[in-house]
Structures are given as C-alpha cells and as structure tokens.
Design a protein around this ligand. Structure first.
Ligand code: FDA
Length: 486
C-alpha cells in the first residue's frame, strides 16, 4: 500500500523535526530511535506476551511517548506523511501483540505516560487517561471511597486504553456515531483515545468472595453442567466464574473445576441463596470471606490475604514481565449437555495443558440491546476463554501449545455459537482472520469483524468510512472501510 520508507535515520530526523516544531520544544526525550540506548527498555516495558519479545520479533522504527495531549496530535500528524503504520499502545496487554508488532514498517505511539485518574465522588464519576492501568483506577477510587467501585478486568496492569476501547473525549464534537464506535468497536480503528469518563458503581461496604473446587471424582461434571443454568441467571449481585483445568492429582490425570465468585453482599445471604439455587456447589460460610470491594479486586488478582495486602501493590506496573501465552474465545447460547461436558473433560485430559474460563453473562450485560454498543454478545449465556501459558519457550514448544489451543477450539465447534462463530475482541486472536489492508481489505475485515461485532459490523464500517476514509488508523484486525464501487 505505501512506498518503502527511506532509511530509519532520515525518517527519525524528519519525524523529530516535525514533532519538535509542532510542540514548540526539543523532543529528543520523547522520541526513541532504534539506536537510542533506552529504545529496548521502552519497548519491552509494556510487552505483556513473551512470544513477542524475541530478537526476531519485528521492531518499530520509532517509539513516541507523549506527555501531553498536544504531543499525541503532533505524533499523528507527523506520522501521516511518512507512510508508516502507527501502532497505539496503552497497557500493551493485547494477547497477540497488535499494539507493538507489525510485519509492515511501523512506529509505536506509547501512551503509558498519560496516566491521570481523577475521581469525583460527588458526581459519581471519574476521568481516566488511556495510559492508566486498571489497578491505578481501582486504587484511586479506593482512596476516595469504600462504597464505590468500577467493574473491569482482573489483572491490575491491563491498560485503560485498550480495555475500555470506548468512551470519548468530547462526545458533542465527535458526534453520536463515532462515540458509539469507540465504545467497544476496538482501539486503533478510529483514532487515538486520550481518556474516558466513567460512571462509578455503588457497592456495599461489605462484599463476599469464595472459591470452591471439584474434581471428576468429586462431582465436577454435574457441577459444571449445573453452573450453566445458574451462573447467567442468578441474582445480579453475584458473579460466579468457572475455571476448568486438566491437572494431575494423586498421580491420576483429572480435571479440576473451580467456581471463583464475588457477591455484592454478606456471606449469610449468598450461602442461603446458593443452597437453594446451586446445591451441587455445597457452599458454606467457611468457604466465604467478607471484605471491602477494593480488597476483592486484590483477591481476584490471586492475593490470598487480600485483607492484609497493602493497597499500593495496585500502583506497581510490573514492567517488562511476561510469560508466553495464547488465548482464544467463544460464546455459548445453549447449555452444553451433560455428555458434552464429559467428553470435554476427556479431551482436556488428552490435550494436557490448555484450560478454559467460563464467564457468565446475564445481569447488567443483558440489560442492553445487542446494538446499544458495538459489543454484540449480550444475549449469550456465557463466554469461553481458552487459556494456556508457559515459561520456557522453543519454536517446537510454542507450536505444541498453539496446536493444543486450536485442537480444543475445533473440538468445541458443536457446542458454541455459529453463523458467525463469535469471539471477544479483548481476547485478541489472529487465528480468526487478519487484514493486509490491500485490495481485499473489506472482505478480509468481514471475516474477523463479524465474529467480534456480529450485527454491529456494518455500522462500524460505515462510521470508519466516514471518519477515516484513507484508513490511516489500522492494524491487523481493525475495521475496514467500504470497498470503492468500480
Ligand atoms: P494494548 O495497549 O495492547 O491495546 C490493545 C488494543 O487497543 C490495540 O489494538 C491497541 O492499538 C488499541 N489501543 C490501545 N490504546 C488505545 C488508545 N488509547 N486509543 C486507540 N486504540 C488504542 N482482559 C480482561 O477482561 N480481564 C483481565 O483480567 C485481563 N487480563 C489480562 C492479562 C494479560 C497478561 C494480558 C496480556 C491481557 C489481559 N486481558 C484481560 C486482555 C485485555 O483486556 C485486552 O488485551 C485489552 O485490550 C488490553 O488493553 P491495553 O491497553 O493493556 O492493551
């Protein structure tokens, strides 16, 4: 699509001159060429999948780290004439690395310095900058109130920018269509999001968390089967996630099914609710721990002693730490039969390592129409995440785990949504299609776009065509423009 860029030195010099001119100051400290001694540490700081942190991983020609909004607009304007792909990175948690890799010459616009979080309890809201992390958002809310929260991801280092993929700086100026598109249509298709204004959610002073596990020989099949009928339909104050993992126990290969849950209320109430609705769980008060909502966020992050943990741990960005991993996703609209669960467990034992996470929908998610935001999966029972992580890597080991993920995905075909088989954008998966942004861009975009956005894909394409007809903001799975009629 673009002419081959000239040498990286001249690209750097012309970008730097443009950027310094526009921001009216020398900008060497915010623009990193490959020869800058800090280039590697700046790049690696927010790489969150070690598969894309190798010597053969393609590297950006320049990394720009804006410190103000005017730096962001200057970076976009100065990139355009150079014909490089501009990758936007907030927290860098894209599972397939699309915010910091490309097989085309590219720059990275790294927003990690734009991290203000400003909480207004009287207004029940907060402004959160794209480069803030979820841990910082939770912490800043906690600083001001014990009875407000915000429902978002478990992992505290996930970035606001990619995770929310929505919001908008000035809704009036951008218009309702563009605001709708960036409220779930994915980062990187429409522009750079600087921040979001979020509504805080009232939470009780005391919440309850619990974790209950079963193995095949202690009723895991019935446990998972029954969960499907309860998880998505129970009291909206209760969120019960199901983790399914093949393990070896007492030298026997088996499957462990674990319910991990948060109840916005007291232990007595959730125990009596689930005694009626989900006796297979066998929940007792001893399984439950009461705590504040903020402590529950620490607990979800695997901090067993959440009530004793220093809240400041959520301000730690844990730079340049990652394991190797792969994720895929699916949606379930009709409960999987009991026999299906049995065969699934068998398959997982046979494969050996890959696990599944079932996330129930219903509750608030189901209160809105499927076209209320670009996220179309509101009428599904639950979402499946396929998840495998590993530590020591070789090409062969990696291939083995990627094949495991594909094999389980293929096995699940009969149990999950069809036409299209749906997928969740935040569990980025390049296996479901990528875009080269050439002559077939629209057709290629339809393949992954309908899986991620279902009925909302066409509106996203129309908005994209209106606001970015030249397709400057693009990545391997961005929204394409409409094909030009011949
Ligand atoms: P990143 O910076 O990689 O961006 C993701 C995408 O959004 C890219 O396409 C990027 O270009 C674009 N983008 C980012 N900022 C933008 C901006 N300001 N404007 C426009 N486009 C922008 N999910 C979850 O729901 N719960 C969880 O607990 C976790 N945990 C988790 C752990 C780990 C280790 C990983 C790798 C991933 C997760 N995730 C997750 C998935 C996560 O929610 C998802 O990948 C988010 O998009 C990540 O947002 P970041 O800003 O960190 O990613």
């Amino acid at each position: 699509q673009s002419p081959p860029p000239s040498s990286s030195d001249s690209v750097y010099n012309s970008f730097l001159k443009c950027f310094s001119d526009r921001t009216k100051s020398s900008q060497t400290q915010n623009v990193f060429s490959q020869s800058n001694p800090s280039f590697s540490s700046v790049l690696r700081a927010y790489i969150r999948n070690a598969r894309f942190n190798t010597s053969s991983t393609p590297k950006p020609t320049i990394i720009v780290t804006p410190r103000s909004e005017s730096h962001v607009s200057a970076a976009v304007i100065c990139s355009k004439p150079l014909n490089y792909v501009l990758k936007i990175r907030s927290g860098g948690h894209d599972y397939d690395g699309l915010s910091y890799i490309s097989d085309k010459p590219f720059f990275i616009l790294d927003l990690s310095n734009l991290r203000d979080v400003s909480v207004d309890i009287a207004e029940n809201s907060a402004w959160i900058s794209a480069g803030a992390t979820l841990g910082e958002v939770y912490y800043r809310i906690w600083e001001k109130s014990r009875i407000h929260g915000f429902p978002a991801g478990v992992c505290p280092t996930v970035g606001v920018g990619g995770h929310l993929s929505g919001g908008g700086y000035d809704r009036k100026a951008m218009g309702e269509d563009l605001f709708w598109a960036i409220s779930g249509g994915g980062g990187g298709s429409y522009g750079v999001v600087l921040g979001y204004k979020i509504k805080l959610v009232p939470v009780p002073e005391t919440v309850t968390v619990f974790r209950v596990e079963k193995y095949i020989n202690s009723g895991a099949v019935d446990f998972v089967y029954k969960w499907q009928f309860v998880g998505p339909k129970t009291d909206p104050n209760l969120f019960m996630r199901m983790l399914i993992q093949p393990v070896t126990r007492n030298k026997v290969k088996t499957v462990r099914a674990t319910v991990v849950a948060l109840f916005l209320g007291k232990a007595d109430d959730v125990v009596s609710l689930l005694r009626k609705e989900f006796p297979e769980l066998g929940l007792t008060k001893e399984n439950c721990t009461e705590m504040t909502w903020f402590q529950s966020a620490l607990w979800w992050d695997n901090r067993v002693n959440a009530t004793q943990t220093d809240p400041k741990v959520f301000l730690d960005r844990n730079l340049d730490t990652s394991s190797f991993g792969k994720r895929k996703s699916d949606y379930v609209a009709t409960e999987i039969p009991r026999k299906g669960i049995e065969s699934l467990f068998k398959k997982m034992i046979e494969l050996g390592k890959i696990g599944l996470v079932f996330n129930p929908y219903g509750g608030k998610v189901a209160e809105f129409a499927v076209n209320a935001t670009p996220f179309p999966h509101r009428n599904k029972l639950f979402k499946i995440q396929y998840s495998v992580n590993w530590k020591d890597n070789t090409a062969e080991i990696e291939k083995g785990y990627l094949n495991e993920a594909k094999a389980l995905y293929s096995f699940m075909t009969g149990f999950v949504s069809k036409n299209p088989r749906s997928a969740y954008l935040n569990y980025r998966d390049v296996d479901i299609g990528v875009n080269d942004h050439g002559a077939n861009s629209y057709k290629e975009g339809e393949v992954y776009g309908r899986k991620y956005f279902g009925v909302n894909f066409d509106r996203l394409v129309k908005i994209k065509t209106a606001v970015d007809p030249g397709n400057f903001f693009r990545n391997e799975q961005s929204i394409p423009t409409l094909p030009i009629a011949k």
